[in-house]
Write a protein that binds this ligand. Sequence first.
Ligand code: BGC
Length: 610
Amino acid sequence: MSKVRATNKRSWVRRGLAAASSVALGASMVGLAAPAHAAGCSVDYQVNSWGSGFTANVTITNLGSALSNWTLEWDFPGNQQITNLWNGSYSQSGQHVSVSNAPYNGSVPANGSVEFGFNGSYSGNNDVPTSFSLNGVTCDGSSDPGGGDPGGGDPGGGDPGGGDPGGGDPGGGDPGGGDPGGGDPGNPGDKVDNPFAGAKGYVNPVWSAKAAAEPGGAAVANESTALWLDRIGAIEGNDSPTTGNMGLRDHLDEAVNQANGEPLVIQVVIYNLPGRDCAALASNGELGPDELDRYKNEYIDPIADIMWDYAQYDNLRIVNIIEIDSLPNLVTNTTDNAGGTELCDQMKQNGNYVNGVGYALNKLGEIPNAYNYIDAAHHGWIGWDSNFGPSAQIFYEAANASGATVDDVHGFIANTANYSALEEPYINISGTVNGQMIRQSDWVDWNQYLDELTFAQDLRQELISIGFNSDIGMLIDTSRNGWGGPDRPTGPSSSNDLNTFVNQSRIDRRIHPGNWCNQAGAGLGERPTANPEPGIDAYVWAKPPGESDGSSEEIPNNEGKGFDRMCDPSYGGNDRNGNNPSGALPNAPISGHWFSAQFQELLANAYPPL
Ligand code: BGC
């Protein structure tokens, strides 16, 4: 995982869409097919507007002979301006737009389709274009080859007429009875508002045994931790660190057993996107950047199939935590940011994070007892104004991609596998020291936030204001953000020097808030709890304590994991952590593997104490 952010945040307000976040309007969805006349092509243009921003998903159907490359052109009727586009490249001059294929989607067979999407900004009306041309020929073909929605759009779900490309549930159907019309059934209505309320938490026997085997570990071995499906093989149980030799089905059987007829939550981390962990190396995965089809067919579909088999268990609540770190990386770690990476550029350009997350949300959201929470980084990553709003926008984009809708999103999770403190009891972020604002301190560095609790609560409001449902709830991963032990401050510093005051008062004792790997001095945080604060569905232990964030030196492995120097205690840092030492513990195994020394330190520094 990367859990990183770039520096120079203050110069980042560059995306037109950022402004939309302050305009609280419900999303409107308009579907329109281009007028039909002669053969050649047809275009389905779906747009989702909010305030001054919008997302459009465009499907071109080729009604002529096979193409090896394509360019679609149109004129916007108003002042719409494209701000970023995926699955193609674009140019815009005034109202005229030209979009050409990406290197990987130029071939379109006769009667085949290809999709791309984009974000834009506008003012006034956001009318849809009335005419398109493909490779210079006006698209006058049948307006709706997929049997979609010629008239009134698709208010329920945004399935752009073509049904469920590639996804389908061929033969098996949805055992729960959902999805009768081919679209997205939305919230089936029988989901509870907060799945954690009144429910026990699943104790993963694989993690529990490792924790119990450590000295003092029995004190926490019965806590609920999440099950990470960190590769395709983990679905069947392949000795992956958190699933062990139990497959997803075995864990769900065990969950039914532990539930014993009462409500129980099992948390499953969906973590296998193509080009995973684009800004770091420690959790790179098995799928290459372009392997979205494998993600859908070999990863999400089998998981959904298994979960559907447990849909009958009303008391079993399956919380799916969706794709840690992925979407925020598209905001802060592309190369237009200091320290960005080309892989993040690629993942933004090819749309596979957005479309993969959308696909997961759509497929898993249909399951009546499954609850999707999207990963939302943490305050030390997207707490600056310049990336807070844009991150919310990209979550919204993903929640409307690949057939998903906001009804597939139950909430968001902050701080997954990170170390950011829940609260900083001795520092007021709006305060001053000797006439200088706390925000100016080196530690805060103009961030709007110092802690996860207010960050998560404010992010929730922001998400609701741009179109997410008003009953979404937040989770916060408190597995390793306790910061107790003998070095924990017991009150505010008495220093008059701003940086000394902040450094002596803060309970988060990392060298820099951008440090994310096996942090020395950390402790277990709040034990998992439902409904701890307004807007917060639960404190959870998403990262199983004791599982490494990454190896401190190069260790060959067959999991796709690289060596990230942010896990090397001798590393002096990079742009994303202000060129500070990594603060990582030595002698760490590769990510996900058991790290006994870290577990012992987490026990010793637990806060609240054990
Ligand atoms: C690793 C996964 C592991 C997870 C939980 C991630 O950093 O990449 O393999 O399952 O942590 O420990």
